[in-house]
Design a protein around this ligand. Structure first.
Ligand SMILES: [Cu+2]
Length: 352
């Protein structure tokens, strides 16, 4: 067994291959497709080890649970923990949403026994789901308790001084410093925020990103369920390639054997889907035994497509709406099977 909280700073993927069983990975595919030192080397890997502990493997998964309490967040809660901040009314009648966000280094147990030295907003991956209404005022007091300069760059329409890039005050907040971002929320839709400090790929892949939802002034049509799903990955040996692919921070969390997402037949389900995956060029979402209406960026009430699979490059996002006709257990996952087998998979458990 691996030590319970093993730092991965110096742990190579080759070592993990040898330790794979102890790290809790099961499923022949997870082991045999475990990334080698490079993508070129992977093709020359030794013959597959077809281990099938526990009988038939439906999909690769991991045995056991990560310590959600120590992590400080649970992906089941992240689905629905929409954060309106502290709200008040400004003299001009505008609603103000006040947020306190801290960048902090934090070790996150991403699969049992494997701890990743993350950089986080408020100690969680993804960061808080900021949800406001079109035209509201957003005020974010951002403090940097990390060890590198960081920033918050929001997607949306706002002044350059609030963009978190070039402006000397907002662009690079040094460790120990603070900056207040403030702007009107527009346009309505599904957006995101992330650190924009160089080297950008490192700052994003370490965990500094989150969802920014701007509801239309008159709201969306009523849904029975609303879920946030943030797609990303973890490069645990820092070689510029992902070793795990995730929804809401923890690989395999929503699997059928772990924490499937419970819904009911006929309910209107709305998924706010955001892709911030670093290193790989494209991500995807596929829904089993169903079709969904897709609203790219959430900026129109007219869906662009009625489909079961969509692709998103980094920074793209969109709203999915669907209802299940039949009870059952239905997978949702990247339709890039490598991503699915390395963690980006989940299940809707539909009750009749
Ligand atoms: Cu940063």
């Amino acid at each position: 067994m691996l030590p319970p909280r093993l730092s991965l700073d110096r742990l190579s993927r080759r070592m993990l291959l040898h330790l794979g069983g102890g790290a809790g990975l099961v499923g022949a595919t997870a082991l045999t497709t475990w990334p080698g030192p490079s993508r070129g080397a992977r093709a020359q890997a030794s013959p597959p080890q077809h281990a099938h502990p526990g009988g038939t493997i439906v999909m690769p998964t991991v045995i056991g649970e990560v310590d959600h309490v120590a992590n400080g967040f649970n992906p089941t809660d992240v689905l629905t923990d929409f954060d309106a901040g502290e709200t008040s009314t400004l003299p001009n009648g505008q609603t103000l949403h006040d947020y306190q966000i801290v960048a902090v280094n934090k070790e996150i147990e991403i699969v049992p026994g494997i701890v990743y030295p993350a950089w986080t907003y408020n100690g969680r991956i993804p960061g808080p789901t900021i949800r406001v209404r079109e035209g509201d005022r957003v005020r974010i007091t951002f403090s940097n308790a990390g060890t590198h300069p960081h920033s918050m760059h929001f997607h949306g329409i706002h002044p350059g001084t609030m963009d978190g890039v070039f402006d000397p005050e907002s662009g690079q907040i040094p460790p120990g410093a603070e900056f207040t971002y403030e702007f009107d929320a527009e346009p309505f839709g599904l957006h995101l925020y992330h650190c924009h400090t160089a080297p950008l790929a490192a700052h994003i892949s370490k965990g500094l990103y989150g969802t920014f939802i701007v509801d239309p002034k008159d709201g969306w049509p009523k849904a029975d369920r609303e879920f946030v799903m943030v797609l990303s990955g973890f490069d645990i040996d820092f070689d510029g390639e992902n070793d795990f692919y995730v929804v809401n921070g923890i690989p395999f969390h929503y699997d059928h054997s772990k924490h499937p997402i419970k819904i009911k037949v006929g309910e209107l389900v709305r998924v706010f889907l955001v892709n911030i995956l670093e290193f790989d060029q494209i991500n995807s979402f596929h829904l089993h035994a169903n079709f969904f209406h897709y609203y790219p960026t959430g900026t129109s009430r007219t869906p662009s497509e009625f489909t079961d699979t969509i692709a998103q490059m980094q920074g793209q996002r969109g709203i999915l709406e669907f209802r299940y006709k039949y009870p059952g257990r239905y997978m949702f996952h990247a339709h890039k099977t490598e991503f699915a087998e390395l963690g980006w998979t989940g299940v809707f458990d539909v009750e009749g």
